[in-house]
Design a protein around this ligand. Sequence first.
Ligand code: NDP
Ligand code: GDR
Length: 328
Amino acid sequence: MSKTAFITGITGQDGAYLAQHLIAQGYAVHGLLRRSASADGMTSRLKWLGIADQVTLHDGNLTDLSSLIRLLTDLQPDEVYNLAAQSFVKSSWQQPLLTGTVTGLGAVNALEAVRIACPKARFYQASSSEMYGLIQQRIQSETTPFYPRSPYAAAKLYAHWMTINYRESFGMHASCGILFNHESPLRGIEFVTRKITDGVARIKLGLQTTLSLGNLDAKRDWGHARDYTRAMWLMLQQDVPDDYVIATGRTASVREFCEMAFACVGLDMNQYVVTDPRHLRPAEVDYLQGDAAKAKRKLGWTFETSLEQMIAEMVEADLARLKMTERL
Ligand code: NDP
Ligand code: GDR
């Protein structure tokens, strides 16, 4: 009998790649869909991967516990992946309460729904390297202390500890993946990597003359979402639930990411990139570099896509998309 998985956040970047992976493993994949007045774009990522008709979407919301309980009671999934969140760090200062409600309390709604409706299901919580914030150790692992620097990170830390608490209190098979930044052609346009690759493609095609960014010195450990969603699945295949850092171990600055992206189309970033203080944050996470040794040892996980390969894939996808939408 094939397994059943339920994904909150299935319409986001990770939800789409995870659904693709689970379908390839033979799962029946179900996902939570929150209502929107702009229904057309809601499944665009699933369509881009060619899997929109292979998943079953259910109306609901992470903030509505009753919808989650009803769905999980009906579906009785083997695995539940909680990926839904207000995930844009900068917005979390503008919407701290919404971020706390969705990203923090929403995870507890998911945990409660599993505990009530399908307590044997395995649970994955999308924790984040943002929780390290003002870093306490140059390379961050599962044992590095946290110091959240945004309402988003504080909400994620609450969700992280609540997941561990449910594991220890109720014996739930609940695991947290502390994932470092991961990107792809399906990344939201507001995040810096996609903003850059989209900007590079627009400049190359003559649709834009400059690219306006904030802090170019911030450093991130960037990987590919396809590799990272595979790690989520691996965590739930273990007999014992646990928490894992998922990262490449390589860090690069926003400036270096830009240089590489512009170089993909033979341009020099210095002629196009401008900085604007409006893109700066009230508090910044300056440096992230993860140590995924535990995931390698226990899950057998390694990443397959290098930073250079990922940037090239993103720039190419943006060029192709713009050529089509702009009829160039
Ligand atoms: P996205 O922003 O692309 O996707 C977020 C998803 O959450 C979307 O499907 C969105 O739905 C859904 N969502 C938001 N609010 C609600 C709500 N109230 N009820 C139901 N669904 C909701 O994020 P990613 O795919 O990049 O990330 C997935 C998860 O992993 C998030 O929790 C994120 O915080 C976390 N994470 C991400 C990392 C990264 O680098 N990408 C790193 C570490 C953690 P809609 O399409 O309707 O907006
Ligand atoms: P982050 O991703 O905050 O790390 O959170 P983002 O791409 O937004 O920022 C990365 C770094 O780039 C700097 N930056 C800019 N960022 C944006 N968005 N726009 C700009 O113009 C710009 N210029 C410079 C930022 O200051 C920052 O230092 C992501 C999200 O996916 C979270 O949900 C996830 O938990 C973490 O990654 C790990």
